[in-house]
Design a binder for this molecule. Structure first.
Ligand SMILES: [Ca+2]
Ligand SMILES: [Ca+2]
Ligand SMILES: [Ca+2]
Length: 320
């Protein structure tokens, strides 16, 4: 396809608020990642489990599907150690509590994090049938989700866990109206409380994730795991031109705290992952953010309020 037409289509899709690819276009993240639980954490996954939540707008009443790209662990996209021997299970939850249970809003798979009603599940090992292919969960009925009055949406949860093996599973999601193609739901969105992802290998590619700052947020503690000292992690916002935060080495967490400015409330921050070292290949990283109460912030696939742009200093023009 002509590159300009392609860019134009992407722009239209972004403008309309169609964000069903997870990761989304603006995040520029090639894959989500989850390792088998026998893997060493220095390969980049701290807890071998990743939860995402999908939001269906309340005025959408048709069946929908959650599609997974490359759900198996095998083939060129995934990360091999020895032989491929990893089994990952995907589980889709709906019903009361799938999101509102406090354990579901945590960053580690502890306690009742598999809250809600299990609607669908499937385990994958290395399987050429699903290598570089989509697997489709559903159909689901929006009313099978948990209704949130706060958001005006039905919420569903999908958890991917590496239940055995030591390899890395790379995959993506798509929230679709079709079981055979990727067709977005208008105003759908997705979020996570902890983001585990793979970086591009090209140092020109900058990855982004977008935590949302709710009313009442005074400070945020940002933690990143196994960044391998690979360049910088920079925070941009409507009030911040670019603040570098502490970065982690291999198999370690780094932690940094920022005071939130008034202008940043009810906007998203843009965390930019700027790669510097082309020798660091297949870099996997885990990130979470907590507010002053210790509650984990949500990273949205479509940043709430849009991608933040630094508004600059307000110019003061004296009156003569
Ligand atoms: Ca292996
Ligand atoms: Ca995979
Ligand atoms: Ca890493």
């Amino acid at each position: 396809m002509n590159k300009l037409i392609y860019i134009f289509i992407i722009l239209i899709i972004c403008t309309l608020g169609y964000a069903q690819p997870v990761p989304n276009v603006e995040e520029n993240i090639p894959y989500l990642m989850t390792f088998g639980q026998d893997a060493d954490t220095d390969w980049g996954d701290d807890d071998f489990s990743q939860a995402f939540f999908f939001q269906i707008p309340e005025d959408y009443d048709q069946p929908f599907f959650i599609r997974v790209f490359d759900p198996d662990t095998g083939g060129e996209i995934d990360e091999i150690r020895g032989d491929f021997n990893t089994r990952c299970v995907f589980e889709v939850f709906g019903g009361e509590g799938n999101w509102s249970d406090p354990a579901a809003k945590e960053t580690s798979p502890v306690g009742n994090y598999k809250s809600g009603t299990l609607l669908a599940t499937r385990a994958f090992t290395a399987n050429p049938r699903y290598d570089n292919q989509w697997f489709t969960f559903g159909p689901f009925n929006p009313a099978q989700g948990e209704y949130s009055e706060e958001f005006g949406t039905y919420i569903f949860k999908i958890i991917c866990e590496g239940i055995s093996g030591d390899d890395g599973n790379m995959y993506r999601y798509y929230l679709s109206t079709s079981d055979t193609e990727n067709r977005p739901i208008e105003d759908g969105n997705a979020f996570a409380y902890e983001y585990s992802f793979r970086m591009h290998n090209n140092v020109e590619e900058v990855a982004h994730i977008y935590p949302y700052l709710e009313d009442g947020t005074v400070s945020v503690r940002i933690r990143n795991f196994d960044w391998d000292w690979d360049g910088n992690i920079v925070v941009i916002s409507v009030a911040r031109q670019g603040r570098e935060i502490k970065i982690s080495g291999e198999d370690h967490w780094a932690s940094d705290e920022l005071r939130v400015m008034d202008e940043e409330i009810k906007t998203s921050m843009d965390f930019r992952f700027v790669k510097a070292n082309s020798l660091v290949k297949n870099n996997n990283v885990v990130v979470n953010v907590r507010n002053q109460f210790g509650d984990a912030l949500r990273f949205y696939s479509i940043p709430l309020g849009g991608v933040p742009k630094y508004k600059g200093e307000v110019e003061f023009i004296p009156i003569e």
